[in-house]
Design a protein around this ligand. Structure first.
Ligand code: AMP
Length: 187
């Protein structure tokens, strides 16, 4: 079963993805985590992507789809994956659909964690003090929100047209939101 988690930065995709991954016994795969790790280890990918990520812009679709291809080829991904923040543009949505189809699979559901801008800014501000992420500084956050609105928000319609989108109000306790996510996957 392949499930995609979408939502603006700070919507809680990482936290909810970890809960879902545990509950379903499926690996969680987050391009943001993989990219941050590549930057830290100074791999060729990391060196190439560092400036883009730290400014809050999107990494190219080719790079992202190359990473998805690699991850889907892993044995632990054979039964399905929880995709966290992986699809951020329409070409990525099309590419992931193609890569899954090559394996005889298709996206089962897309959970959209919906939060207001006000809430996002408050959460990212808090996270910046805890995780020290370079891309949580105010200028990078503004760029990330702009990238989200311009490039990622249209992807929601793309999945809606395919009847895959489930909207989860993502304000409340972690457990409340996890329960909404579980229910959304029941039908
Ligand atoms: P995240 O942790 O998901 O917020 O990702 C952190 C940063 O990594 C983003 O702001 C982008 O620069 C980059 N990134 C992660 N996933 C993608 C993606 N699917 N497409 C383009 N850039 C991405």
């Amino acid at each position: 079963m392949d499930i995609l988690l979408m939502g603006p930065p700070g919507a809680g995709k990482g936290t909810q993805g970890a809960i879902l991954s545990e509950a379903r016994g499926l690996p969680k795969f987050a391009t943001g985590d993989l990219l941050r790790d590549a930057v830290k280890r100074k791999t060729p990918l990391g060196l190439k992507a560092k400036a883009v990520i730290e400014a809050g812009n999107l990494v190219s679709d080719d790079i992202i789809l190359g990473i998805v291809r690699e991850q889907l080829a892993k044995p632990e991904a054979a039964k399905g994956v929880i995709f966290d923040g992986v699809v951020r543009t329409i070409p990525q949505a099309e590419g992931v659909e193609r890569l899954l189809a090559e394996r005889g699979r298709r996206m089962e559901a897309v959970l959209f964690f919906d939060v207001t801008d006000e809430e996002i800014l408050a959460r990212l501000n808090k996270r910046r003090n805890i995780e020290q992420r370079a891309d949580d500084d105010p200028a990078a956050v503004a760029t990330r929100l702009k990238a989200y609105r311009q490039q990622t928000a249209p992807v929601l319609d793309w999945y809606e047209q395919r009847n895959l989108l489930r909207r989860i109000p993502a304000v409340g306790s972690v457990e409340e939101i996890a329960q909404r996510a579980r229910r959304a996957l029941e039908h």
